[in-house]
Design a protein. Sequence first.
Length: 151
Amino acid sequence: MLEIIDYRPEHQAWFERLNRDWIEKYFSMEPPDYQMLQDPYEHVLKKGGSIFIAVFDGVIAGTVALKRLPGNVYELTKMAVDENYQGKKIGRALAEAAIARAQRFGGEKIILYSNTILDSAIALYRKLGFREIPVDGPYKRTNIKMELNVS
């Protein structure tokens, strides 16, 4: 059974580990990664964002952050699903929870930064209605930026 819950301080180590695992598998950690993963309260929650934890059969299996930006914009960031639990629609459930929260908070759009080598992630974002826009952003690994209107 899959349950999506709100982040609590005791989840920080999971938030960091799950994200470091995928980042270091494909890329390398960058300063914004360290900042957010080591202090999610300061860089996400304190600013009006949310972090979700996916619990699958009692095990923490995934996470995603919804970071609030200026102008009723949110960033979907730090989505990670443990490799042992991929293929169980956990990423989709996390993304849908984040989209619903952004809508509930009055967000107008959600942006995300990714890389096209992450085929399944890009396919998921497209299925959810995200569309490609011109790339900018804080990460060297970014080669695609997407947005979803939620208002």
